[in-house]
Design a protein around this ligand. Structure first.
Ligand code: SF4
Ligand code: SF4
Length: 198
């Protein structure tokens, strides 16, 4: 709550820069052989999209402090003025949903960047997929994507949506946001880069 009290006292409503971040919400660095990774994220160097941040590989691998883990394969500068997200849970544990919701909190305030949520894929610029792509949600995912106007992006939020995590399968996406779950600063940073702002 310290940010909230500071805001009341000083009139500052949002964090302009990231000052604190949970260490295990940042990329891992290290070396040495480690065969017990449950998702095989260390088979060929550290694979951020497969890592579920279980900490089993510590101390061989440890957090770097760098939260900018997102990667973008397709930028759409058209989205610079406003950017509407349509979240879809295709089989998550719920934690990715909580972190995504947090980017709308006063602390992160996504609206200052022109980022908004929409309740319909017909108004969406990006489909934010959370969780493994379960058989039961495959049709809903496809229909939501088809209902979106062009140009449109698919954002895979979290290791489950990217690679299937511990089990299941992920989705083909234009924007990859690693984490289990990804932190709000990581999410906002990746979205801004998808819009060509970074
Ligand atoms: S934190 Fe867990 S999932 Fe990630 S690389 Fe280490 S052992 Fe693998
Ligand atoms: S990536 Fe992690 S936090 Fe997100 S849905 Fe999968 S298990 Fe849950």
């Amino acid at each position: 709550m310290s940010w909230f009290l500071k805001g009341i006292r000083k009139g500052i409503k949002t964090e302009k820069e990231v000052k604190e971040i949970a260490p295990w919400a940042t990329s891992l660095i290290g070396n040495g052989k480690f065969d017990d990774c449950p998702t095989k994220a260390l088979d060929n160097g550290w694979n951020s999209g497969k890592c579920i941040f279980c900490r089993k590989c510590y101390p061989n691998y440890s957090p770097s402090g760098d939260y900018r883990m997102g990667s973008v394969t397709r930028r759409v500068p058209l989205f610079k003025r406003s950017f509407y997200l349509y979240p879809i849970d295709t089989g998550s544990c719920g934690s990715c949903n909580v972190e995504l919701k947090l980017i709308s909190s006063p602390q992160y305030d996504m609206t200052r960047f022109g980022i908004f949520f929409t309740n319909t894929p017909r108004h969406a610029d990006a489909l934010v997929v959370m969780g493994v792509l379960t058989d039961g949600m495959e049709d809903a995912f496809r229909r939501a994507f088809d209902a979106m106007p062009n140009p449109k992006l698919v954002i895979a939020l979290g290791s489950c949506a990217i690679s299937g995590g511990l089990f299941g399968k992920g989705v083909k996406a234009d924007v990859i946001i690693p984490g289990c779950p990804p932190s709000p600063p990581t999410i906002i940073d990746a979205i801004l880069r998808a819009r060509g702002e970074k």
